[in-house]
Design a protein around this ligand. Sequence first.
Ligand code: HEC
Length: 250
Amino acid sequence: MQSLRQSARGDSGCHILAHCQLSGAYRCCARKGRNVAIAVLALSLTAIALFSGCRLDMHVQPKQNPFERSAFFSDQRSERPLVEGTVARGQLRADTYFYTGRIGGTLGDYMPFPVTKDVLERGRERFNIYCSPCHSLLGDGNGFVPSRGFSRKPPSYHIPRLRNAPLGYFFDVMTNGFGIMPDYRSQIEPEDRWKIVAYIRALQLSQNATAADVPAGQAVPSQPPRLQLGSGATLPVIESATARQAEEQK
Ligand code: HEC
């Protein structure tokens, strides 16, 4: 019995066949084996056909494209209207003075944040980039652009009218433009506009300072240098501060 089973399996390598031979119903069983094979083949083909049809890759996305028609809402628009009073993140302009330079329509004359050295330095950098081409590094209106045929020269910041103008005025001019000058609201952030305002005020002070503005105990550094004239064959020499002090003490 054992040897018969082994030889049967050895012949075909098939368990089903071996079983059939043993049970003496070889022919019917061979047909059975073929049917099973066909059924398995058919089943796997159906599965492949079914599951390949069901694939949902990321490039097929069940979503509405912008302005696409939708049968879901009664107005047939896929977009919903904004709820009234909605403010996008980061766009709440609650601090009106910071964004307009005005308090209830009147121009204000104070900075919305404290002025530090960093604020002034940023202001100087932005001013030199955006304003100096027309207003000059000094703010006297003699910039490069007007010198090449700009139809109107900008006024100097150092005239009394602009020296007395409130800080909010400069913010307003940058935000809304003035006469033929374009506005700079899209190029310069509100915070940087205020920093430029602070720097313009510093420029105005710098051009109208007196000795009384120098803090106590600090020498004004712009004393003219004293020269020892040369013979004509030698160059003049600037006297050193120590040599001058020694001479004064004599
Ligand atoms: C393209 C040249 C140009 C640039 C750049 C420019 N301005 Fe002007 N600005 C002018 C001209 C021209 C006027 C005079 C406009 C007029 O009278 O029609 C003016 C006028 C002004 C005034 C005076 C308004 C008044 O009451 O007379 C201020 C303040 C001012 N600009 C600030 C600025 C600041 C701050 C910047 C930089 C953010 C700037 N401008 C950049 C050309 C320029």
